[in-house]
Design a protein around this ligand. Structure first.
Ligand SMILES: [Zn+2]
Ligand SMILES: [Zn+2]
Length: 229
């Protein structure tokens, strides 16, 4: 009986853990990854830089194009769990949610029309992260709200100033500091190659570099998204 009652709690905890781990990966890429980072620089950090400058660019990607890296990690976790004979439903749930972290992230940059009724409703009900919540990550100085799946892990981490504390410890231990983000006002300009990703501006309307406090729904934000697409 108690075990049955614990199942919903376990599901919530596993989703929170997947959101937290996704946030850690996102934070590591944003804070310390550079284009020069061996192997990962071009594969993972460059798309992140593009995303901060042009948040809507990746909404055109297929599931595989935006999730292949998480799929590799997920398969590795499943293989490890299988090798150690701990391949439980909890591990499957953790991997399934984690592998789809970037897809959920993508939905928070798409319009309601692009997402369709089901995803929009899941966002409205707070089951999936909402565009308004994720917009806090894209608000200068873009160094917070890294977790992309739910609306409830980020506020907890903010309350204890988790990211600030973690970066402070890393700086004390290694001297490493959060890198400059060229999409943040005053920290640019961005790298020259970004011009490949610049959306074509319509008429004389300048391209919008980022949706700063964008909710993705109001008339102003839809205009911003249209230009950033
Ligand atoms: Zn980011
Ligand atoms: Zn984003």
């Amino acid at each position: 009986m108690i075990t049955t009652l614990l199942i919903p709690l376990q599901i919530i905890a596993i989703i929170a853990l997947a959101d937290f781990v996704s946030g850690i990966i996102h934070w590591a890429e944003d804070a310390y990854g550079t284009e020069e980072t061996p192997v990962f620089g071009r594969l993972l950090i460059r798309p992140n830089i593009v995303h901060h400058h042009y948040p809507r660019f990746f909404t055109r990607f297929t599931w595989f194009q935006s999730s292949w890296d998480l799929l590799i990690l997920g398969v590795a976790v499943l293989a490890g769990a299988w090798a150690f004979d701990v391949l439980t439903w909890q591990v499957w749930l953790f991997v399934t949610v984690s592998v789809n972290a970037n897809e959920v992230h993508k939905w928070s940059h798409r319009t309601r029309a692009e997402n369709g009724a089901l995803i929009s409703k899941l966002q409205d009900w707070g089951i999936l992260q909402t565009p308004r919540h994720h917009a806090l990550h894209h608000t200068d100085p873009k160094n917070t709200y890294y977790c992309p799946i739910t609306n409830w892990v980020n506020p907890l981490l903010e309350k204890i100033r988790f990211w600030d504390g973690l970066e402070h410890i890393i700086q004390r231990l290694t001297g490493l500091r959060h890198r400059a983000d060229t999409s943040v006002r005053g920290q640019g300009p961005g790298p020259a190659w970004l011009s490949e990703y610049r959306p074509a501006s319509k008429g004389s309307t300048p391209a919008a570099p980022a949706s700063r406090t964008c909710c993705g729904h109001c008339a102003r934000c839809r205009h911003t998204h249209a230009n950033a697409a």
